[in-house]
Unconditional design. Structure first.
Length: 529
């Protein structure tokens, strides 16, 4: 293959044009990303724009995303060519190595290859191409409301084990002695089942999330090592929701290039409050494990830094400690905070709920949010409450204005704002698969998602993913036949605060005939189910 020309460097991009031989199937080059750990906070991927003719402009609709593993060294990348450029016999390329990120990058040895050599690189390139196709197909499926999907999910939530070393009082699965005993007596996922799931799904999914009723890192050594082996083999990105006790033991340095995010549940800034809320957990041990994670990701010279997130459940005994923990956590350079009100699964925990106590909630949330914003840490949390009416505060910055400059009514503004949110698709049914330790497949990651199938010798995941139950779930969404679990979904509480604000203000929200229940609007109602 002959390099035709290397265009001028402009706006941190590199430009190339190549004529292709009939045998060429891949673009291959070496890239070096140069930025510091701090500069790389926003780095997610690099972008290759392509065009099949010299007069076709580059466009976001013709982009291939790729992710070098390391920074400050040259790394070889192989990318599968789109069909349209192979048919044209020509490709123009623009590479943006560090989009949305401070830093620089270098490219060398740009060429087109057949893929006959280095079978491992060719296979990885095909999987990357397949995953991009899945992500694009998911968007189309959500737009059109497909029931039968021509693609696998783009992500997988997998429960390795239902067992846990802690007994957090508010946990739906381990919050009572009888529940703890039941789940800790159940077996973990078998090696054979994990192997089958991985070989079917890992070539298609972008991300694997280890989460469930138990503590993922409590899986046995053979199961964890099998998980690591296949994550690295397929190049899947890993997320893990953990109580933080076994981070050192499980997340060894060889796994760091594949870690997308570690989410640590931590519900107290003092040893005693943390111990009460996290079922006997040692705050000192958890913080030591977090320190190891942060130190290791700093030293690893990774292109995409593994993210560190904290999950905090707001309760009467810990809300006053949240602002101070945010300040303390600065030493770990966290990437994200997820702050949630307590969902009461057990009557014994009702006294810990802060619902109906705006005078206690608002001051600490305001302080916490100010601390997060001042440190530029991304977060998601509940809105403040109106002290007089015990409803969500309506921030003045969402009030729309007419062209005349006159202020519209709050209700009209809220209805206008909500029109965008009502079109928001479900975040599960087209894009995420959920598999339990025993092979059970449920509709979504929400508590009490319905069972839709079970993986067995004669049943693969795709049989369930496109089975009658999942097709019904998708096609009935936002119609009079919508499933009850969707009518009660607490994502309306988590993501669509503006709808609840409007509803609390007496505005009639037009939701067709789907009849969302009170539980879909408010944790207070959900806790009474």
């Amino acid at each position: 293959m002959r390099l035709i020309r290397n265009f001028l460097k402009r706006n941190k991009s590199r430009f190339y044009a190549l004529n292709l031989r009939p045998s060429d199937r891949y673009i291959e080059f070496e890239i070096r990303l140069d930025f510091s750990f701090e500069q790389g906070r926003n780095y997610q991927y690099s972008k290759l724009y392509y065009s099949s003719s010299s007069n076709q402009p580059f466009h976001e609709s013709r982009v291939i995303c790729f992710q070098p593993l390391f920074r400050n060294v040259f790394e070889k990348v192989r990318i599968a060519l789109p069909d349209e450029v192979m048919k044209a016999g020509f490709i123009a390329i623009r590479i943006d190595g560090v989009p949305y990120t401070e830093g620089r990058f270098s490219i060398r040895h740009m060429r087109a290859v057949s893929g006959a050599t280095d079978a491992k690189m060719t296979q990885l390139a095909d999987w990357v191409s397949n995953r991009q196709h899945v992500r694009e197909s998911v968007i189309e499926s959500e737009k059109t409301g497909r029931g039968m999907l021509p693609h696998y999910p783009e992500s997988l939530s997998l429960e390795l084990t239902p067992r846990c070393n802690l007994h957090c009082p508010h946990c739906s699965s381990h919050g009572k002695p009888e529940l703890q005993k039941y789940h800790n007596s159940r077996p973990e996922m078998s090696l054979e089942q994990f192997d089958s799931i991985a070989h079917e799904l890992f070539p298609h999914i972008t991300a694997l999330s280890l989460v469930g009723r138990g503590e993922p890192t409590l899986a046995s050594d053979p199961l964890w090592e099998k998980c690591k082996e296949l994550i690295k083999h397929y190049g899947v990105k890993l997320t893990c929701v953990t109580n933080g006790h076994f981070i050192k033991r499980r997340f060894t340095e060889d796994l760091f290039p594949y870690i997308d995010e570690i989410c640590v549940s931590i519900d107290g800034n003092s040893a005693e409050v943390h111990r009460q809320n996290r079922g006997g957990s040692s705050l000192e041990k958890v913080l030591d494990n977090i320190s190891y994670f942060h130190d290791t990701r700093q030293k690893a010279k990774l292109a995409r830094r593994p993210k560190l997130s904290f999950y905090w459940t707001l309760m009467a005994n810990n809300i006053h400690e949240l602002p101070e923990f945010i300040r303390y956590s600065e030493r770990f350079d966290p990437d994200y905070f997820a702050i949630r009100h307590l969902v009461v699964f057990h009557d014994k925990d009702r006294a810990l709920s802060l619902m109906g106590q705006p005078e206690k909630v608002n001051p600490y949330l305001m302080e916490a949010y100010a601390e997060l914003e001042s440190r530029q840490i991304q977060f998601e949390g509940p809105p403040l409450m109106d002290v007089a009416r015990n409803v969500d505060v309506i921030p003045t910055n969402i009030i729309a204005r007419e062209s005349s400059g006159e202020e519209r009514s709050q209700c009209d503004a809220l209805q206008a704002l909500d029109s965008d949110y009502l079109a928001e698709p479900c975040t599960w049914m087209h894009r995420t698969g959920i598999i339990s330790h025993n092979g059970e497949v449920t509709t979504c990651g929400k508590h009490y998602g319905e069972l839709v199938g079970r993986l067995q010798e004669d049943t693969c995941f795709n049989d369930v993913w496109n089975g009658a139950a999942m097709q019904s779930l998708r096609t009935s969404f936002n119609t009079p036949k919508m499933w009850r679990q969707c009518k009660e979904c607490w994502l309306r509480e988590l993501r669509w605060h503006s709808q609840r604000r409007a509803r609390d203000s007496g505005v009639q929200i037009e939701l067709g005939e789907s009849n969302f229940t009170n539980a879909a609007w408010d944790y207070r109602a959900y806790s009474k189910l």
